[in-house]
Ligand binder design. Structure first.
Ligand code: 5RP
Length: 250
């Protein structure tokens, strides 16, 4: 582990909560280390931590510190942020190979295995991550766990709407725990992903030990499952930021 920065002085931190400061510190430390100043094809993840990455890119692209950049978004929301920040965008049709992908996570274990998909973007996130040569995770201290499930309670799974009802029965029958269709904020209907699918949150049994690699393979091999929020063995590095402003690259 290497301490990358100490920023506990409070400089410019008047507006942000401690947790937002941590997200921002993680995003900036990762960008400084892994985004080259010229010629990067960058996969841009989703979520509130990634928003700080977009802000950093916007500033450094506008002032010329970063140039020849091309960004591929992992969600509609990220695409909007990139657009509003005047950052150059591409897609996987035009740019199927990426140099680096940077994304957030909901939980990160000691081996850098992840649970993602809290925001429902997991399928595009995994495609963009797979298209990139290197994959780095940016996270605040609340996401750091000894093992998956220590803090987080469920694995988000993107499913075809046609298969949602049977999957709500098959998944707990086979894997234990319980399964819930994720509903939109005002509960009039299910969350619809960027791919026009549904999300099932599988609340796994915390009293049994899980082999997450095998679980991921079984989930992804189930008819109707598009992808799941388990990212096992794909992370090249994690940037954790702490309340004192320090960032560690693990
Ligand atoms: C979205 C994700 C996000 O990366 C994850 O939910 C983390 O988000 P945040 O940075 O807002 O905590 O996987 O599907």
């Amino acid at each position: 582990a290497m301490t990358l920065s100490q920023n506990g002085t409070g400089t410019g931190s008047g507006q942000l909560s401690a947790i937002e400061e941590a997200k921002k510190s993680a995003a900036i430390a990762c960008a400084k280390k892994h985004i080259p100043s010229s010629g990067c094809r960058l996969g841009v993840g989703s979520g509130s931590t990634v928003k700080h990455l977009v802000d950093y890119l916007a500033e450094n692209y506008a002032n010329g510190s970063i140039n020849n950049l091309v960004c591929v978004a992992t969600s509609y929301q990220t695409k909007r942020w990139l657009f509003e920040a005047n950052l150059p965008m591409s897609d996987l049709d035009l740019t199927p190979e990426l140099d680096v992908c940077i994304d957030g996570a909901d939980e990160v274990d000691k081996e850098f295995n992840l649970i993602k998909g809290g925001g429902g973007c997991l399928a595009r996130e995994k495609i963009v991550q797979t298209a990139a040569k290197k994959f780095y995770v940016i996270a605040d201290y609340t996401k750091q766990s000894a093992f998956l499930g220590e803090k987080y309670k469920y694995v988000p799974i993107e499913v075809l709407p046609f298969a949602a009802e049977p999957l709500l029965r098959w998944l707990p029958a086979r894997e234990g725990g319980s399964a819930e269709l994720r509903m939109a904020a005002r509960k009039c209907g299910p969350v619809i992903t960027d791919n026009n699918n549904y999300i099932i949150d599988w609340h796994f049994d915390k009293t049994t030990q899980h082999n997450w690699k095998e679980t991921q393979m079984r989930l992804n091999n189930t008819p109707g499952v598009v992808d799941c929020g388990l990212f096992v063995g794909v992370t090249d590095g994690v940037f954790f930021a702490y309340p004192d402003g320090s960032v560690q690259e693990l």
